[in-house]
Design a protein around this ligand. Structure first.
Ligand code: SPV
Ligand code: MG
Length: 296
């Protein structure tokens, strides 16, 4: 098995077994390496994360497919974990979604996730209009069917993300969309919600006939007190901690800069930041130099 096949089959096995795959969101390669060292199962390349951290732009479909692919290639090269990429709404219409599958599949990535938000999208966590339009269900199903038909390998995973709860369309509409996307060939469904009580999700879990049949993915950013075990017991096969590493990096950097600006000498921040030796270790500097050196 080559690396891509191994990552894809490990993701598929994780989605099929009894405990949820735990994925952590990243915005760069080193964060992916740190996620792997911390014992998690998979990487989520976050659209919000890459928009914010790599480009300092809002998560409004501003970053292109090529920019996301480039960020993903770096992440994928830095980890043995399967990488699941947040491909927003597939960056346009049906042919954009088809091309997105082609490009990420040929790049050896394990999985992509495509949502039914219209272009230009809005980040799902951003407060705004409570009811908003989505790509019509049948149109999104058509796009998924075309994308799956374009796939060249059996094992590449296509996750269809349902935004019906976020967009205020209700549980029945969410179930209809999930059915249509599975019928079109989606390998898994991500049901997104920002209902803190979990009651919207509970409604979906009790109404949708695909629970226990089709792998189901949760992003519990706004119902953050529910544990992986709890969500697993509810029927989820994958849980994504989508934006915690980005928020950690921003807060740590802001605090460090604040202290540096106040104290104006580097030792002031040394106790609260990684040592340079640790940085060298993380990228295996010693091993690289040892390999280069000609034995005496
Ligand atoms: C992301 O990480 O970009 C996501 C998850 O899509 S969320 O921001 O919760 O919509
Ligand atoms: Mg996103």
């Amino acid at each position: 098995m080559n690396t891509a096949e191994r990552k894809r089959s490990s993701l598929r096995a994780g989605l099929a077994d009894s405990s949820p795959v735990v994925a952590v969101g990243v915005h760069d390669a080193m964060t992916a390496q740190l996620v792997e060292s911390s014992g998690f199962d998979a990487i989520w390349v976050s659209g919000l994360g890459v928009s914010t951290m790599a480009y300092a732009v809002p998560d409004l479909n501003l970053i292109t497919m090529a920019e996301m692919l480039e960020a993903t290639r770096r992440v994928d090269a830095a980890t043995d974990l399967p990488v699941v990429v947040d491909c927003d709404n597939g960056y346009g219409g049906l042919t954009n979604v088809v091309r997105t599958v082609r490009e990420f599949e040929r790049a050896g990535i394990a999985a992509i996730c495509v949502e039914d938000n219209t272009f230009p999208k809005r980040n799902s966590l951003f407060e705004g209009k409570t009811v908003r339009e989505l790509i019509p269900r049948e149109e999104q199903a058509r796009r998924i069917r075309a994308a799956k038909a374009a796939q060249e390998t059996e094992d590449f995973v296509f996750i269809a993300r349902v935004e019906a709860l976020i967009a205020g369309h209700g549980v029945a509409a969410a179930c209809e969309r999930a059915d249509a996307y599975v019928d079109a060939g989606a390998d898994a469904i991500l049901i997104h919600s920002k209902d803190k009580t979990l009651s919207e999700i509970e409604g979906f879990l009790s109404e949708w006939s695909g629970v226990g049949v089709v792998p189901l993915v949760a992003v519990p950013t706004l119902y953050p007190t529910f544990t992986v075990d709890h969500l697993g017991a509810k029927g989820f096969d994958m849980v994504i901690f989508a934006n915690q590493t980005m928020r950690a990096a921003v807060q740590a950097t802001e605090q460090t800069l604040e202290m540096l600006a106040r104290e104006l000498y580097p030792a002031a921040v040394d106790p609260s930041i990684a040592s340079v030796d640790h940085i060298f270790e993380l990228v295996r500097t010693q091993e690289a130099i040892a390999r280069e050196e000609v034995p005496a």
